[in-house]
Ligand binder design. Structure first.
Ligand SMILES: Nc1ncnc2c1ncn2[C@@H]1O[C@H](COP(=O)(O)OP(=O)(O)OP(=O)(O)O)[C@@H](O)[C@H]1O
Length: 404
């Protein structure tokens, strides 16, 4: 089954007179569990092919499917998630963070994805590259080959479906290169890992199951079960512009092309100059790619920081809402307190009014009683013949009634 498929993929950088066609209608598939090397002259489009296949660059035309997803249909956030979960990337220049230990560097992709790195997963990834005993070392305390192995462990820690490697041995000596290539090969053989690797080195390419050749952004043939000598012959033929020599299974004409070239010393000198220029270009491109890699890492970190900022913003907003709710509740409680106070005051007033009433009633009662006593006395007196009765008694009651 193919885990990556490119269909008529083209990629053009720039516009107008300065436009560069890096890929030109490339159709190509990568089978799950296979190890493919991508080769071609400097500027032939190898890195661009890798980046389009990995979803790091969007093609100008054509389609890329990665682990069953059509990348052109994915929005940037979904593409970022798919990349994090599906691919691992290894660059020529390691791109380790110098302040972090090997295990912290390896755990970084998990942190960036918002997970707490599991110590066991990190240890397993370091073990897979033979660096279990260097977990606490910082990059400066490791050799170039060891740093690249840490970078491979970092790419493996998310258990990616596809591991893309752009000249992973480009900065290493032959011993360190062999160690790295041996690790990549065993990942394919022992775990069924899918690997796509760009390389200039025929010896590195010979570790793959298949070599894909590019020339001027176009597919220029493939070679199954490659050996270093055949790969070198095909490359030489390609550089001589003899693209017909490279078929699905290669041909012997590439060797002929190489022989023809070695007969002319002038050609050799020119080739030497070209190779030197190629070397300089490759070095410059390598630096650019390293910078790109750092930019992407910074971009990912920034995106994560943005997510964190957004999360903090949301939390702050929630806290604000909560504060507002508490404020509203407090205000309601205040209102309630005020209402109770008012009610209490009303009750006090009522009590006072009742008291007043009671006092008044009491006073009225005692007044009545006094009056009654006086009236009684008068009545008694009248009865005794001292006061005139009915006229005075009626005036006295009306006066008290109005006072109440
Ligand atoms: N971001 C970019 N902007 C403009 N042109 C670019 C960009 N990236 C690549 N190119 C151009 O596209 C072409 C293919 O570049 P690419 O890096 O894919 O080639 P390559 O085969 O990987 O080269 P090398 O072996 O030197 O690394 C080159 O002509 C290059 O200059």
């Amino acid at each position: 089954m193919e885990i990556v498929r490119l269909t008529a993929v083209s990629k053009t950088f720039g516009t107008g007179a300065g436009a560069v066609t890096a890929l030109d209608k490339v159709t190509l598939g990568f089978a799950e569990g296979s190890f493919t090397a991508v080769m071609g002259a400097s500027g032939s489009g190898k890195s661009t092919l890798l980046q389009c296949a990995a979803g790091l660059e969007r093609p100008t035309a054509g389609a890329v499917s990665l682990a069953g997803a059509d990348l052109s249909r994915l929005r940037e956030s979904a593409l970022t998630r798919l990349r994090r979960e599906t691919i691992g990337f290894v660059f020529q220049s390691y791109n380790l963070l110098p302040a972090l230990t090997a295990e912290q560097n390896v755990g970084l992709p998990l942190r960036l994805a918002g997970h707490r790195p599991h110590a066991r997963a990190v240890a397993a990834a370091l073990d897979a590259v033979g660096l279990g005993d260097r977990a606490r070392h910082r990059p400066a305390e490791l050799s170039g080959g060891q740093q690249q192995r840490v970078a491979i462990a970092r790419a493996l820690v998310t258990a990616p479906r596809v591991l893309f490697a752009d000249e992973p041995t480009g900065a290493l000596d032959s011993t360190a290169s062999r160690a790295v290539l041996g690790i990549l090969r065993s990942l394919v053989d022992d775990r069924g890992q899918t690997i796509v690797m760009v390389t200039h080195d025929p010896i590195a390419a010979a570790h793959a199951d298949r070599v894909v050749f590019l020339a001027d952004g176009r597919l220029a043939g493939t070679l199954d079960h490659p050996d270093a000598a055949t790969v070198a012959a095909h490359l030489t033929a390609l550089e001589a512009g003899d693209t017909e020599t490279v078929g699905d299974h290669g041909t012997s004409r590439a060797g002929g092309a190489m022989e023809a070239r070695t007969t002319s010393s002038a050609t050799l000198t020119a080739d030497g100059t070209t190779r030197a220029a190629d070397g300089m270009t490759r070095a410059a491109d390598g630096t650019t790619r390293a910078a790109d890699g750092m930019t992407r890492t910074v971009g990912d970190t920034t995106r994560t920081a943005d997510d964190a900022t957004r999360a903090v913003g949301a939390a702050a907003r929630t806290a604000d809402d909560a504060t507002r709710a508490v404020g509203a509740a407090a205000r309601t409680a205040d209102d309630a307190t005020r209402a109770v106070g008012a009610a209490a005051r009303t009750a006090d007033d009522a009590t006072r009014a009742v008291d007043g009433g009671t006092r008044a009633a009491g006073e009225a009662g005692s007044a009545r009683r006094g009056e009654a006593a006086r009236v009684g006395g008068r009545r008694e007196g009248a009865a005794d013949g001292r006061v005139g009765g009915a006229g005075w008694g009626g005036f006295g009651l009306a006066g008290k009634a109005s006072a109440c």
